[in-house]
Design a binder for this molecule. Structure first.
Ligand code: SF4
Length: 332
């Protein structure tokens, strides 16, 4: 079956900044793929390229088999109903001068879907699906709480029944108390409606909750792609191991017993990324070769995982990065 999203060798440079530098990733029909990485990894830029909010430098973005990467705005317009994005901060993505009803109905109007009466009925139905009462239809975004506004964003994003939702940190601007309920809602809507989802976040717990597969991004490149259970049980790339070691665990005893791998230094500048493996300036197990040879993202192990690290064997055996290891020994 044709995947809902196929990203092929996608590149996005902002002048000298190599934000995304050759990324390939697929999201199958009805699949949720989590895209994780620190800020500055390029993950949000990738989401914006996929939804064509920023122009793509090169590569392909195939949505249900059709490459939209370089289509003109005009050619793109009728296809836009099929993919959509929800942002981190609902207050800046909702038009403050429009009522909730008009906001949710806007994609239906733009794509001339249904009559005014069927659109009104669809808005009420969507409000119900996202857990909001019908009477918010006449309210304005500023009259709602942050969690309610994000529910409106989701209703708007899903109103034209897209096959792909890109969710860019959809809960991180919300109060901790409402994050879980919005995350639950995204999961329930995804299961009920069956759209494919690229879920972009730095929060590994939400990826573990929602995603079937996980892609890890570092400095414009993917370094590991694996099934969720496999990745959380046995991360292979040293960067993934470090990320997971830093993620909070709900059980305080396990949390106390665990040793966090502290990476030295900041993410290097994407203007002048390190040669060889881009992670070598921070990798606790780097060897001489890492500063010279670029490790390709290649299949390892029996379950179809992809990892870009010289020290991971073809059978999937990976170097164990321990918390006690010293800072990287190689310069940039
Ligand atoms: Fe570390 Fe080398 Fe593997 Fe890169 S290729 S992650 S520097 S061991």
């Amino acid at each position: 079956m044709t995947p809902t999203l196929e990203i092929v060798d996608l590149v996005k440079h902002f002048g000298p900044v190599r934000a995304v530098d050759g990324v390939s990733l697929t999201v199958g029909v009805g699949e949720v793929v989590g895209l994780v990485g620190e800020s500055g990894s390029g993950k949000s830029t990738l989401g914006r390229c996929v939804t064509r909010l920023v122009p793509v430098t090169s590569g392909q973005v195939r949505i249900r088999g059709r490459d939209i990467a370089l289509l003109s705005r005009r050619a793109l317009r009728p296809l836009r109903r099929d993919f959509t994005i929800v942002f981190q901060d609902p207050s800046s993505s909702l038009n403050p001068r429009m009522t909730v009803g008009d906001i949710i109905a806007e994609p239906l109007r733009l794509h001339r879907l249904g009559s005014a009466a069927t659109r009104r009925a669809r808005v009420i139905d969507l409000l119900d699906q996202v857990g909001l009462p019908a009477d918010v239809v006449r309210r304005y975004p500023h009259e709602l709480s942050g969690g309610q506004r994000q529910r409106v964003s989701l209703a708007r994003a899903l109103s034209a029944s897209p096959s792909l939702l890109v969710a860019d940190e959809p809960t991180s601007a919300l109060d901790v108390s409402v994050q879980a309920s919005v995350l639950n809602l995204v999961g329930r809507l995804q299961r009920d409606l069956g759209f494919a989802c690229l879920f972009i976040t730095h929060d590994l717990a939400s990826v573990e909750f929602l995603a079937q597969r996980v892609a890890v991004m570092y400095l414009g490149l993917l370094v590991e792609i694996a099934d969720r259970a496999e990745l959380f049980a046995a991360p292979r790339h040293p960067y993934t191991q470090a990320l997971l070691s830093a993620a909070p665990i709900p059980d305080p005893a396990v949390q106390r017993a665990r040793r966090r791998i502290v990476l030295s230094g900041d993410v290097p500048s994407p203007v002048d990324p390190p040669p060889g493996c881009r992670f070598h300036t921070r990798c606790p197990v780097a060897v001489e070769r890492c500063a010279v040879d670029v490790p390709p993202l290649r299949p390892v192990g029996p379950a179809g995982a992809l990892v870009a690290c010289h020290l991971v064997d073809d059978d999937g055996t990976a170097p164990e990065v321990s918390a006690a290891m010293p800072a990287p020994s190689l310069g940039s």
